[in-house]
Ligand binder design. Structure first.
Ligand code: AMP
Length: 416
């Protein structure tokens, strides 16, 4: 788990702003769900035999005896909200987006945190393949807008309840006859979740996987035409994709389209997927809602930040204050506090160091900040209702009436 501050905070902010803009354009509403949910939401939604539920959840039992879990992903909570808030009564599709912290008990390793941030977009109530393509387009746009350039979309279809059971049988019988050559994890997966064998990274498993039957050859009519249409839409949008018959993704709830987005470089690949998502038509019903199709995607904010840093992406410098307000003595300090508020109301940024009493120290700070003007309010000025304006470049100074300060500074900053 890590703190996010200073430079890191700027990257987070930038990513948030890009998402917000894009969400507004495509008319997604923001949703924030609680960080804690009932454990059952995830064990039912994501699936008992997945790594996330099996090994990676931070769970606790409350004094009242409830089993709760720190959310490990965003889709199941948003689906829970969709059902609980009766969103099926709204005009469909319902489009929601989110940005927040998620928790997984990961082994310590590069690019994996136990508290990490995700941004996600979900569309409910629309089964057309055009939505799958739009979700992909949205994530592609977010990453492009952040100025990541060499993006590649990996895509696959994992079928549905019509065609997947038969394919699973084929797969199990293929792997069973080669069980002895699989790694220990895959032998376990063979019993619990055979599809997951396909994304095992062990070399000895990879050799066997490369000859395995592929889902794409066994899709039913409706999954086949859905997938074909998704790809045609991607072609129409000129999005760069790559068919990956071994892409299955870690969560049980997916049907039909699944995809991941990577930065296309050895370092980018090593970092893992920047974003991943797909269609999850059965999930809403599975979690107790009306039968409603869904499709969505989530991206890891830390991974995007790591990629931005690696690519040397920098930000425009923030606007620095051009005025410093220095004060001397108690009455002047009181007046300065008020004056600062007048500047704020006029939306003019002013730096100060009210905690310091020495004028020399304050002027040194003004110098360091490189402001254009320093305002000096001393004992005598405070009594007379005046203030000194010092032009830092010219070294010239003059005294003006205090009540004219804001208007005068506004004029001077504009004329420069
Ligand atoms: P997933 O829900 O596993 O598909 O994750 C979606 C995205 O979240 C991934 O593509 C990563 O970018 C990011 N992600 C997942 N787990 C972690 C983690 N432990 N630490 C940092 N980022 C993560």
């Amino acid at each position: 788990m890590h703190d996010i501050f200073s430079e890191e905070q700027k990257y987070f902010q930038k990513i948030y702003e890009v998402c917000e803009d894009i969400a507004n354009f495509y008319q997604f509403q923001k949703i924030e769900t609680p960080i804690l949910e009932e454990t059952e939401l995830f064990s039912r939604g994501i699936g008992i035999s997945t790594d996330i539920v099996g090994k990676q959840m931070f769970s606790l039992r409350t004094k009242g005896g409830d089993y709760l879990t720190l959310r490990p992903e965003g889709t199941a909570p948003v689906v829970r909200a969709f059902i609980e808030q009766g969103m099926h009564n709204l005009p469909q599709p319902v489009k929601l987006w989110y940005f927040g912290p998620y928790f997984r008990y990961e082994r310590p390793q590069a690019g994996r945190y136990r508290q990490f941030w995700q941004l996600g977009f979900e569309v409910f109530g629309e089964e057309s393949p055009v939505v799958d393509a739009q979700i992909i387009q949205i994530f592609y746009n977010i990453l492009r807008e952040i100025r990541l350039k060499k993006l590649i979309i990996e895509i696959n279809s994992i079928g549905d309840s019509q065609c997947r059971p038969y394919y699973k049988k084929l797969l199990v019988s293929y792997f069973r006859s080669r069980e002895g050559a699989l790694c220990a994890d895959c032998r376990r997966r063979l019993r619990e979740n055979p599809l997951r064998i396909l994304d095992c990274k062990e070399e000895k498993c990879q050799r066997i996987i490369s000859q395995a039957p592929q889902m794409i050859d066994h899709l039913c009519e409706s999954c086949h035409s859905h997938f074909k249409e998704v790809l045609e839409f991607l072609d129409g949008l000129e999005l760069p994709y790559h068919l990956n018959p071994y892409l299955v993704r870690g969560l049980d709830y997916y049907t039909k389209t699944v995809f991941e987005i990577y930065e296309e470089s050895p370092e980018g690949r090593a970092l893992g997927a920047l974003a991943g998502g797909g269609r999850y038509d059965p999930l809403i019903k599975l979690l107790g809602g009306k039968d409603t199709p869904g499709c969505g995607c989530a991206a890891g904010v830390e991974r995007i930040v790591a990629e931005m840093k690696r690519e040397g992406i920098k930000f425009k410098k923030e606007k620095e204050p051009e005025i410093f307000l220095a004060q001397l003595g108690n009455l002047a300090k009181r007046r300065s506090l008020r004056l600062l508020e007048d500047f704020r109301a006029a939306k003019i940024q002013v730096a100060e160091s009210f905690g310091r009493d020495s004028l020399k120290a304050q002027l040194a700070k003004a110098d360091k900040l490189g402001v254009k003007y320093t305002l000096i309010l001393g004992q005598q000025e405070a009594l007379e209702g005046t203030i000194i304006v010092k032009d830092m470049a010219l070294g010239r100074q003059e005294t003006i009436k205090i009540e004219k300060t804001v208007r005068e500074m506004e004029k001077r900053l504009k004329s420069r």
